[in-house]
Design a protein around this ligand. Sequence first.
Ligand code: BJW
Length: 307
Amino acid sequence: SAPIDLAQLHSFHVALAQSTRVLSLLGAGLSASSGLPTFRGAGGLWRTHDATSLATPEAFEANPGLVWQFYSYRRHMALQAQPNAAHYALAELARRMPGFLTLSQNVDGLSQRANHPPAQLQLLHGTLFAVRCMDRELCRYGPEPNFVDPIVPALAIPTSGADPTANTTRHSAATTDHNHQPAQDLDISNISVPLDSLSPSDLPTCPKCTHALLRPNVVWFGESLPWTVLETVDTYIAQPPPIDLILVLGTSAKVFPAAGYIAEARAKGARVCVVNTDVNDAPPGGWQEGDWFFRGDAAVLVPMLLE
Ligand code: BJW
Protein backbone atom coordinates (compact mmCIF):
# COMPACT_ATOMS: atom_id res chain seq x y z
CA SER A 1 0.00 0.00 0.00
CA ALA A 2 1.08 3.61 -0.62
CA PRO A 3 2.00 5.57 2.54
CA ILE A 4 -1.19 6.88 4.10
CA ASP A 5 -1.76 10.65 4.15
CA LEU A 6 -2.12 11.31 7.87
CA ALA A 7 -3.86 14.67 7.39
CA GLN A 8 -6.47 12.97 5.18
CA LEU A 9 -6.83 10.15 7.68
CA HIS A 10 -7.37 12.66 10.51
CA SER A 11 -9.90 14.64 8.49
CA PHE A 12 -11.80 11.41 7.73
CA HIS A 13 -11.77 10.38 11.41
CA VAL A 14 -13.22 13.78 12.39
CA ALA A 15 -15.99 13.43 9.80
CA LEU A 16 -16.78 9.84 10.82
CA ALA A 17 -16.97 10.82 14.49
CA GLN A 18 -19.60 13.44 13.59
CA SER A 19 -21.62 11.03 11.43
CA THR A 20 -24.72 9.06 12.34
CA ARG A 21 -25.82 7.85 8.90
CA VAL A 22 -23.17 6.12 6.83
CA LEU A 23 -23.44 3.86 3.78
CA SER A 24 -20.74 1.51 2.55
CA LEU A 25 -20.65 0.07 -0.96
CA LEU A 26 -18.48 -3.05 -1.12
CA GLY A 27 -16.86 -4.66 -4.15
CA ALA A 28 -14.60 -7.57 -4.95
CA GLY A 29 -11.45 -5.66 -3.89
CA LEU A 30 -12.58 -5.99 -0.28
CA SER A 31 -12.13 -9.76 -0.50
CA ALA A 32 -8.97 -9.64 -2.64
CA SER A 33 -6.63 -10.08 0.30
CA SER A 34 -8.76 -13.03 1.44
CA GLY A 35 -7.49 -14.66 -1.75
CA LEU A 36 -10.58 -14.24 -3.93
CA PRO A 37 -9.97 -12.86 -7.43
CA THR A 38 -11.69 -9.61 -8.45
CA PHE A 39 -13.75 -9.38 -11.62
CA ARG A 40 -12.00 -6.72 -13.67
CA GLY A 41 -8.69 -6.05 -11.95
CA ALA A 42 -5.29 -7.72 -12.39
CA GLY A 43 -5.74 -11.46 -12.09
CA GLY A 44 -9.47 -10.80 -12.31
CA LEU A 45 -11.74 -13.70 -12.95
CA TRP A 46 -13.08 -12.20 -16.09
CA ARG A 47 -9.88 -11.12 -17.76
CA THR A 48 -9.57 -14.49 -19.47
CA HIS A 49 -13.25 -15.41 -19.21
CA ASP A 50 -15.75 -13.02 -20.70
CA ALA A 51 -18.09 -11.98 -17.91
CA THR A 52 -21.08 -11.63 -20.11
CA SER A 53 -20.52 -15.16 -21.40
CA LEU A 54 -20.85 -16.61 -17.87
CA ALA A 55 -22.96 -14.26 -15.71
CA THR A 56 -26.07 -14.00 -17.85
CA PRO A 57 -29.32 -15.96 -18.04
CA GLU A 58 -28.57 -16.58 -21.74
CA ALA A 59 -25.26 -18.27 -20.91
CA PHE A 60 -26.96 -20.54 -18.39
CA GLU A 61 -29.63 -21.41 -20.94
CA ALA A 62 -26.99 -22.19 -23.58
CA ASN A 63 -24.46 -24.05 -21.39
CA PRO A 64 -25.61 -24.69 -17.82
CA GLY A 65 -22.70 -27.10 -17.26
CA LEU A 66 -20.09 -24.46 -18.01
CA VAL A 67 -21.85 -21.82 -15.91
CA TRP A 68 -22.35 -24.24 -13.00
CA GLN A 69 -18.66 -25.20 -13.16
CA PHE A 70 -17.76 -21.50 -12.88
CA TYR A 71 -20.03 -21.07 -9.83
CA SER A 72 -18.97 -24.34 -8.25
CA TYR A 73 -15.36 -23.14 -8.47
CA ARG A 74 -16.32 -19.77 -6.93
CA ARG A 75 -18.25 -21.49 -4.10
CA HIS A 76 -15.26 -23.72 -3.39
CA MET A 77 -12.85 -20.75 -3.35
CA ALA A 78 -15.12 -18.68 -1.10
CA LEU A 79 -15.52 -21.54 1.40
CA GLN A 80 -11.72 -21.90 1.60
CA ALA A 81 -11.27 -18.14 2.15
CA GLN A 82 -11.46 -16.35 5.50
CA PRO A 83 -12.94 -12.89 6.17
CA ASN A 84 -10.20 -10.27 6.49
CA ALA A 85 -9.75 -7.30 8.83
CA ALA A 86 -11.90 -5.06 6.61
CA HIS A 87 -14.92 -7.40 6.87
CA TYR A 88 -14.53 -7.43 10.67
CA ALA A 89 -14.07 -3.63 10.92
CA LEU A 90 -17.27 -3.04 8.94
CA ALA A 91 -19.20 -5.50 11.11
CA GLU A 92 -17.91 -3.67 14.18
CA LEU A 93 -18.93 -0.26 12.80
CA ALA A 94 -22.42 -1.64 12.16
CA ARG A 95 -22.68 -2.72 15.80
CA ARG A 96 -21.71 0.68 17.16
CA MET A 97 -23.61 2.84 14.62
CA PRO A 98 -27.29 1.92 14.15
CA GLY A 99 -27.50 4.29 11.16
CA PHE A 100 -24.78 2.39 9.26
CA LEU A 101 -25.84 0.29 6.27
CA THR A 102 -23.60 -1.90 4.09
CA LEU A 103 -24.50 -2.48 0.46
CA SER A 104 -22.43 -5.43 -0.71
CA GLN A 105 -22.00 -6.40 -4.34
CA ASN A 106 -20.02 -9.42 -3.14
CA VAL A 107 -21.58 -12.87 -3.30
CA ASP A 108 -18.79 -14.60 -1.33
CA GLY A 109 -20.44 -14.71 2.11
CA LEU A 110 -17.40 -13.21 3.88
CA SER A 111 -19.28 -10.27 5.48
CA GLN A 112 -21.80 -12.73 6.93
CA ARG A 113 -18.97 -14.91 8.24
CA ALA A 114 -17.44 -11.82 9.91
CA ASN A 115 -20.76 -11.53 11.82
CA HIS A 116 -21.89 -8.34 10.11
CA PRO A 117 -25.33 -7.61 11.63
CA PRO A 118 -27.73 -8.98 8.96
CA ALA A 119 -30.26 -6.14 9.26
CA GLN A 120 -27.49 -3.69 8.27
CA LEU A 121 -26.22 -5.77 5.33
CA GLN A 122 -27.96 -5.66 1.95
CA LEU A 123 -26.76 -8.17 -0.64
CA LEU A 124 -27.21 -6.32 -3.93
CA HIS A 125 -26.10 -9.22 -6.15
CA GLY A 126 -27.32 -12.16 -4.07
CA THR A 127 -25.14 -14.94 -2.73
CA LEU A 128 -23.25 -17.97 -4.03
CA PHE A 129 -24.64 -19.93 -1.07
CA ALA A 130 -28.30 -20.09 -1.97
CA VAL A 131 -30.02 -21.78 -4.89
CA ARG A 132 -33.39 -21.50 -6.54
CA CYS A 133 -35.37 -23.33 -9.21
CA MET A 134 -35.00 -22.13 -12.80
CA ASP A 135 -38.76 -22.62 -13.16
CA ARG A 136 -40.00 -19.38 -11.58
CA GLU A 137 -43.52 -19.74 -12.92
CA LEU A 138 -44.73 -23.15 -11.77
CA CYS A 139 -42.24 -24.28 -9.14
CA ARG A 140 -40.77 -21.19 -7.41
CA TYR A 141 -38.48 -23.24 -5.12
CA GLY A 142 -35.97 -21.13 -3.21
CA PRO A 143 -33.93 -19.20 -2.59
CA GLU A 144 -32.73 -21.86 -0.14
CA PRO A 145 -29.36 -21.75 1.66
CA ASN A 146 -26.90 -24.30 0.27
CA PHE A 147 -23.27 -24.65 1.36
CA VAL A 148 -22.61 -28.15 0.02
CA ASP A 149 -19.22 -28.34 -1.75
CA PRO A 150 -19.36 -29.76 -4.33
CA ILE A 151 -23.08 -29.19 -4.70
CA VAL A 152 -23.27 -32.37 -6.84
CA PRO A 153 -20.45 -34.88 -7.43
CA ALA A 154 -20.01 -33.95 -11.09
CA LEU A 155 -19.16 -30.38 -10.05
CA ALA A 156 -16.24 -31.35 -7.82
CA ILE A 157 -13.30 -29.11 -8.61
CA PRO A 158 -10.60 -30.93 -10.55
CA THR A 159 -7.09 -30.47 -9.19
CA SER A 160 -4.38 -29.52 -11.66
CA GLY A 161 -2.11 -32.11 -10.03
CA ALA A 162 -4.56 -34.97 -10.31
CA ASP A 163 -4.66 -35.07 -14.07
CA PRO A 164 -1.58 -34.02 -16.04
CA THR A 165 -3.76 -33.24 -19.04
CA ALA A 166 -6.02 -31.07 -16.89
CA ASN A 167 -5.02 -27.76 -18.45
CA THR A 168 -5.23 -28.83 -22.04
CA THR A 169 -8.05 -31.34 -22.25
CA ARG A 170 -11.62 -31.16 -21.24
CA HIS A 171 -12.81 -32.57 -17.95
CA SER A 172 -15.69 -34.92 -17.59
CA ALA A 173 -17.30 -36.11 -14.41
CA ALA A 174 -15.31 -39.32 -14.87
CA THR A 175 -11.90 -37.57 -14.78
CA THR A 176 -12.87 -35.35 -11.84
CA ASP A 177 -10.97 -35.90 -8.61
CA HIS A 178 -13.55 -35.87 -5.86
CA ASN A 179 -10.93 -35.54 -3.13
CA HIS A 180 -10.41 -31.95 -4.15
CA GLN A 181 -7.50 -29.82 -2.95
CA PRO A 182 -7.50 -26.24 -1.68
CA ALA A 183 -8.50 -23.65 -4.25
CA GLN A 184 -4.99 -22.34 -4.87
CA ASP A 185 -4.06 -25.67 -6.51
CA LEU A 186 -6.60 -24.98 -9.17
CA ASP A 187 -5.84 -23.63 -12.60
CA ILE A 188 -8.70 -21.32 -13.45
CA SER A 189 -8.13 -21.90 -17.16
CA ASN A 190 -9.93 -25.21 -16.65
CA ILE A 191 -13.24 -23.44 -16.45
CA SER A 192 -12.98 -21.94 -19.92
CA VAL A 193 -12.93 -25.41 -21.45
CA PRO A 194 -16.25 -26.47 -22.97
CA LEU A 195 -17.87 -29.04 -20.71
CA ASP A 196 -19.90 -30.85 -23.30
CA SER A 197 -19.55 -34.03 -21.29
CA LEU A 198 -21.61 -32.56 -18.43
CA SER A 199 -25.23 -33.33 -19.14
CA PRO A 200 -28.15 -31.65 -17.37
CA SER A 201 -28.64 -34.84 -15.34
CA ASP A 202 -25.16 -34.26 -13.80
CA LEU A 203 -26.20 -30.79 -12.61
CA PRO A 204 -28.11 -29.67 -9.49
CA THR A 205 -31.81 -30.42 -9.97
CA CYS A 206 -34.69 -28.86 -8.07
CA PRO A 207 -35.75 -31.09 -5.15
CA LYS A 208 -39.34 -29.76 -5.34
CA CYS A 209 -40.36 -30.12 -8.99
CA THR A 210 -37.57 -32.70 -9.58
CA HIS A 211 -37.14 -31.76 -13.25
CA ALA A 212 -35.90 -28.15 -13.60
CA LEU A 213 -32.29 -27.18 -12.88
CA LEU A 214 -31.30 -25.23 -9.82
CA ARG A 215 -29.32 -22.03 -10.32
CA PRO A 216 -27.16 -19.99 -7.96
CA ASN A 217 -29.09 -17.15 -6.31
CA VAL A 218 -26.92 -14.40 -7.79
CA VAL A 219 -27.96 -11.45 -9.96
CA TRP A 220 -26.87 -11.86 -13.55
CA PHE A 221 -26.57 -9.03 -16.08
CA GLY A 222 -29.99 -7.94 -17.29
CA GLU A 223 -31.70 -9.28 -14.17
CA SER A 224 -33.32 -7.11 -11.54
CA LEU A 225 -31.74 -6.82 -8.13
CA PRO A 226 -33.99 -8.32 -5.41
CA TRP A 227 -36.99 -6.01 -4.90
CA THR A 228 -36.75 -6.15 -1.11
CA VAL A 229 -33.13 -5.04 -1.29
CA LEU A 230 -33.92 -2.17 -3.70
CA GLU A 231 -36.77 -1.04 -1.44
CA THR A 232 -34.66 -1.18 1.71
CA VAL A 233 -31.89 0.89 0.11
CA ASP A 234 -34.32 3.43 -1.38
CA THR A 235 -36.04 3.85 2.00
CA TYR A 236 -32.70 4.30 3.77
CA ILE A 237 -31.58 6.96 1.26
CA ALA A 238 -34.91 8.85 1.28
CA GLN A 239 -35.32 8.87 5.05
CA PRO A 240 -34.01 11.84 7.09
CA PRO A 241 -31.60 12.90 8.46
CA PRO A 242 -29.38 13.14 5.35
CA ILE A 243 -26.59 10.62 4.78
CA ASP A 244 -23.26 11.90 6.10
CA LEU A 245 -20.84 9.61 4.28
CA ILE A 246 -20.62 6.87 1.67
CA LEU A 247 -17.60 4.55 1.79
CA VAL A 248 -16.78 3.07 -1.62
CA LEU A 249 -14.54 0.10 -0.84
CA GLY A 250 -12.77 -2.11 -3.37
CA THR A 251 -15.18 -1.64 -6.25
CA SER A 252 -14.60 -0.42 -9.79
CA ALA A 253 -18.08 1.16 -9.49
CA LYS A 254 -18.93 0.30 -13.09
CA VAL A 255 -22.00 -1.87 -12.56
CA PHE A 256 -25.44 -0.33 -12.10
CA PRO A 257 -27.65 0.21 -10.19
CA ALA A 258 -25.02 -0.39 -7.44
CA ALA A 259 -22.66 2.36 -8.66
CA GLY A 260 -25.59 4.77 -8.90
CA TYR A 261 -25.94 4.78 -5.11
CA ILE A 262 -22.79 6.92 -4.89
CA ALA A 263 -24.45 9.78 -6.80
CA GLU A 264 -27.70 9.26 -4.88
CA ALA A 265 -25.87 9.57 -1.57
CA ARG A 266 -24.00 12.68 -2.84
CA ALA A 267 -27.31 14.22 -3.85
CA LYS A 268 -28.40 13.80 -0.22
CA GLY A 269 -25.29 15.66 0.93
CA ALA A 270 -23.01 12.70 1.66
CA ARG A 271 -19.23 13.02 1.36
CA VAL A 272 -17.51 10.20 -0.53
CA CYS A 273 -14.55 8.15 0.73
CA VAL A 274 -12.95 5.72 -1.73
CA VAL A 275 -10.52 2.93 -0.85
CA ASN A 276 -8.98 1.26 -3.89
CA THR A 277 -5.62 -0.03 -5.07
CA ASP A 278 -6.16 1.69 -8.43
CA VAL A 279 -6.08 5.48 -8.53
CA ASN A 280 -7.92 5.39 -11.86
CA ASP A 281 -11.07 3.83 -10.39
CA ALA A 282 -12.85 7.12 -9.67
CA PRO A 283 -16.52 7.06 -8.69
CA PRO A 284 -18.96 7.59 -11.61
CA GLY A 285 -19.14 11.33 -12.29
CA GLY A 286 -15.50 11.74 -11.21
CA TRP A 287 -13.88 13.14 -8.10
CA GLN A 288 -15.38 16.08 -6.26
CA GLU A 289 -14.22 18.59 -3.70
CA GLY A 290 -14.33 17.05 -0.23
CA ASP A 291 -13.89 13.43 -1.36
CA TRP A 292 -11.27 11.25 0.27
CA PHE A 293 -9.22 8.76 -1.68
CA PHE A 294 -7.09 6.20 0.15
CA ARG A 295 -4.95 4.16 -2.19
CA GLY A 296 -4.08 0.64 -1.11
CA ASP A 297 -5.37 -2.66 0.21
CA ALA A 298 -8.83 -2.39 1.75
CA ALA A 299 -7.91 -5.07 4.31
CA VAL A 300 -5.22 -2.72 5.67
CA LEU A 301 -6.88 0.68 5.17
CA VAL A 302 -10.49 0.01 6.17
CA PRO A 303 -9.60 -1.00 9.77
CA MET A 304 -7.42 2.16 10.05
CA LEU A 305 -10.26 4.33 8.77
CA LEU A 306 -12.92 2.81 11.01
CA GLU A 307 -10.94 2.45 14.24
C1 BJW B 1 -8.83 -3.41 -4.42
C2 BJW B 1 -8.03 -4.44 -3.99
C3 BJW B 1 -7.66 -4.38 -2.66
C4 BJW B 1 -8.41 -4.84 -6.00
N1 BJW B 1 -8.09 -3.38 -1.90
N2 BJW B 1 -9.24 -2.41 -3.67
C5 BJW B 1 -26.84 2.08 -16.51
C6 BJW B 1 -25.88 2.36 -17.45
C7 BJW B 1 -25.31 1.34 -18.23
C8 BJW B 1 -25.69 0.00 -18.06
C9 BJW B 1 -26.65 -0.27 -17.12
C10 BJW B 1 -27.21 0.75 -16.36
N3 BJW B 1 -28.09 0.20 -15.52
C11 BJW B 1 -28.08 -1.15 -15.71
C12 BJW B 1 -27.21 -1.47 -16.70
C13 BJW B 1 -26.88 -2.83 -17.21
C14 BJW B 1 -25.97 -3.61 -16.27
C15 BJW B 1 -24.69 -2.81 -16.04
O1 BJW B 1 -24.47 -2.18 -15.04
N4 BJW B 1 -23.78 -2.88 -16.99
C16 BJW B 1 -22.49 -2.21 -16.83
C17 BJW B 1 -21.38 -3.20 -17.09
C18 BJW B 1 -22.43 -0.98 -17.69
N5 BJW B 1 -26.63 -3.87 -15.01
C19 BJW B 1 -27.44 -4.91 -14.85
O2 BJW B 1 -27.69 -5.66 -15.76
C20 BJW B 1 -28.09 -5.07 -13.49
N6 BJW B 1 -29.46 -5.29 -13.63
C21 BJW B 1 -30.31 -4.35 -14.01
O3 BJW B 1 -29.98 -3.20 -14.19
O4 BJW B 1 -31.60 -4.80 -14.15
C22 BJW B 1 -32.60 -3.93 -14.64
C23 BJW B 1 -33.91 -4.68 -14.58
C24 BJW B 1 -34.97 -4.15 -13.88
C25 BJW B 1 -36.17 -4.84 -13.82
C26 BJW B 1 -36.29 -6.09 -14.44
C27 BJW B 1 -35.22 -6.63 -15.10
C28 BJW B 1 -34.01 -5.93 -15.18
C29 BJW B 1 -27.54 -6.33 -12.80
C30 BJW B 1 -26.08 -6.25 -12.52
C31 BJW B 1 -25.64 -7.57 -11.90
C32 BJW B 1 -24.12 -7.65 -11.78
N7 BJW B 1 -23.77 -8.96 -11.45
C33 BJW B 1 -22.38 -9.32 -11.23
C34 BJW B 1 -22.28 -10.86 -11.21
C35 BJW B 1 -22.86 -11.39 -9.90
C36 BJW B 1 -22.76 -12.88 -9.83
C37 BJW B 1 -21.33 -13.32 -9.80
O5 BJW B 1 -20.57 -12.93 -8.90
O6 BJW B 1 -20.95 -14.10 -10.67
O7 BJW B 1 -21.90 -8.74 -10.02
S1 BJW B 1 -21.28 -8.60 -12.45
C38 BJW B 1 -19.93 -8.36 -11.31
O8 BJW B 1 -19.64 -6.93 -11.22
C39 BJW B 1 -20.45 -8.80 -9.95
C40 BJW B 1 -19.89 -7.71 -9.07
O9 BJW B 1 -20.65 -7.63 -7.88
C41 BJW B 1 -20.02 -6.49 -9.92
C42 BJW B 1 -19.16 -5.34 -9.50
O10 BJW B 1 -17.81 -5.65 -9.61
P1 BJW B 1 -16.78 -5.14 -8.50
O11 BJW B 1 -17.10 -5.75 -7.20
O12 BJW B 1 -16.69 -3.68 -8.55
O13 BJW B 1 -15.43 -5.83 -8.97
P2 BJW B 1 -14.33 -5.31 -10.00
O14 BJW B 1 -13.42 -6.44 -10.28
O15 BJW B 1 -14.97 -4.62 -11.15
O16 BJW B 1 -13.53 -4.19 -9.19
C43 BJW B 1 -12.66 -4.52 -8.11
C44 BJW B 1 -12.05 -3.23 -7.63
O17 BJW B 1 -11.28 -3.50 -6.48
C45 BJW B 1 -11.11 -2.58 -8.66
O18 BJW B 1 -11.40 -1.19 -8.69
C46 BJW B 1 -9.71 -2.84 -8.08
O19 BJW B 1 -8.80 -1.78 -8.39
C47 BJW B 1 -10.01 -2.87 -6.61
N8 BJW B 1 -9.11 -3.68 -5.82
N9 BJW B 1 -7.80 -5.31 -5.07
C48 BJW B 1 -8.86 -2.40 -2.48
N10 BJW B 1 -6.85 -5.35 -2.16
